[in-house]
Design a protein around this ligand. Sequence first.
Ligand SMILES: C[S@@+](CC[C@H](N)C(=O)[O-])C[C@H]1O[C@@H](n2cnc3c(N)ncnc32)[C@H](O)[C@@H]1O
Length: 391
Amino acid sequence: MTVTAQQLREQFAAKLPEGGAPLSPEWRDAFATVAREAFVPRFFLHKPGGGMRAVDSGDEDWLSSVYSDLTLVTQLNGDDTAWDTARGNGGVTGSPTSSSSQPTLMAWMLEALDLQPWHHVLEVGTGTGYNAALLAQRLGSDHVTTIDVDPRVVEVARTRLARAGSTPTVAEADAARGYSGRAPYDRILATCSWPRIPHAWLEQARPGGLILSHLYTELDAGAMPLLRVNSDGTATGHFLGEYGAFMPRRDYQRPDTLALLQRALRSDDEPTRSLARMPSGEVTSLDFPLFAALRVPGVALHWFQPEDAPAMRTYLLCRDGSCANQELDDGQLVAVQSGPRRLWDEIDAVYAEWAALGKPTRDRFGLTVTAEAHTLWLDRPTGEHTWTLPP
Ligand SMILES: C[S@@+](CC[C@H](N)C(=O)[O-])C[C@H]1O[C@@H](n2cnc3c(N)ncnc32)[C@H](O)[C@@H]1O
């Protein structure tokens, strides 16, 4: 029996979000109605051995991939010719610069927005246009504005949205300045990641409105603050309990962790060895990385197995050349550290702090954003435990 796209769409909507409470009926209907395939006629999928292959609408696994819980990458390195190259060569490598986000993550974020029919929404990062189409399905096109920094992405999404019968405002803009043309907004939803929440968003959101974004950190914290905008122009709220991952804003250069590691391993700098307290698994657990990433900024992770090592090692790396990892020496955890900073000691210190706080889960932390600073807090914005983040 052939399964139709509509049947696949309904099954997909019924299963979202994966591993969580079912969607509210309004969002389930929207996911069951909007055809994701209209926004992703071609995309990249990861190849088992590394790199990415190009998938086209005629391919056998196209529709099943569209209605799976996969992020569908649609652009690599900002280069619109990469898909044709991958199609011709069997694959390419590169960093994703546009995509249709993972549906489970989209569903969590859309639910968290607590949308009401009269709300006006600004979406940051149009990408394929699929999320904007879902928002327009719920609220009506007049209530939705979506912006993207890439003019070609904007043009393609606008055309596909119109073909699908959806006509939100689609504009080319750098979201660092927001989009004042349609402000004020009741909700601002960012589907790319920002190291700090741009002040323009606070100015363009209505008091009482919500801002939901991913906060970019080099250490992968998956941090998504949901901020309520106050009448004094500040915003505050807890982080979602869920882990999210998004590509950083277009002009952000991620550190090349492989190059940093190679440089550190080749360096003549003799590493120091000292006892470590935090087991390395904690830096990739669900809860500690949020606290660690915000308290010890600028530290990235890389996994690598040196020839003489029995297993993969977790390396902490910084752009200034600092490098740290953990080894088991005579049954003891030893931190091996080199470069200007002692990265393992820094993480160990905040691990001890987090442990002393009772190892709070990520959703007990929150963020307050003002014109001057971002402040991390535990449980209450004005409670006992607050930490001002570096600019
Ligand atoms: C993950 S994709 C968005 C997915 C999209 N919401 C969808 O449903 O397909 C992230 C998008 O953010 C855009 N972006 C990156 N930096 C930006 C910026 N400074 N301002 C606006 N958009 C930006 C990228 O061009 C990319 O298309």
